[in-house]
Design a protein. Sequence first.
Length: 218
Amino acid sequence: MNNQVAVRCDITLRDRPLLVCDVDEVVLEFVTPLMRFLQTRGFELRANSFRLWGNIYSLETGNVAEKSEVRDFMAAFFNQQEKWQTPAKNAAETLTKLSDDADIVFLTAMPPHHHGLRRELLNKAGMPYPMIATMDAKGPEVAALHGGRDLPLAFIDDIFTNLHSVRDHAPDTLLVNMMANDQFRALAPDPGDGVARADDWVQADGIIRNHFRLSEAS
């Protein structure tokens, strides 16, 4: 059994703003390709509530998948992520332009033994930015990465608990809630005060540039 909880690369930040991005549902499509993947296994994901547990059903029996089955599905999906996952719309292009004026780091919540596959997928998608894969809370990770520098910091994630974790540990951070899948985004709980919401990367780009005091992308 792999007890590793994080994979961190050596990251050198420059004297400029820092953007930390979640990966699934932010820079890579997750829910939509997972739906397609589950169909090949004889199951479907229904947008009944904002979670996976209890929303995956057998196409044959109509029964809800057991938690053990869902764990197996997720392990298989991440083992084949390069076959299913694609970049979120405008993610690569937006990050390329932002990288002219800001450092970008990916912070992905996934079993770290999938790090190599995800790294290769992101590179092929034109997003070669440093990545941390961890099962730990994201707030301490972001705070440690930024190191208390007197420079603008922004964090994007689809899960409000991750945004709140960063708010607790790095309170001056611009927090942006974004989710690529329209169906599940509509079911997401309100992330609360102090969190900006973006429907897509075009909108997120404007929010980030305003916080970083950067000119509009040409």
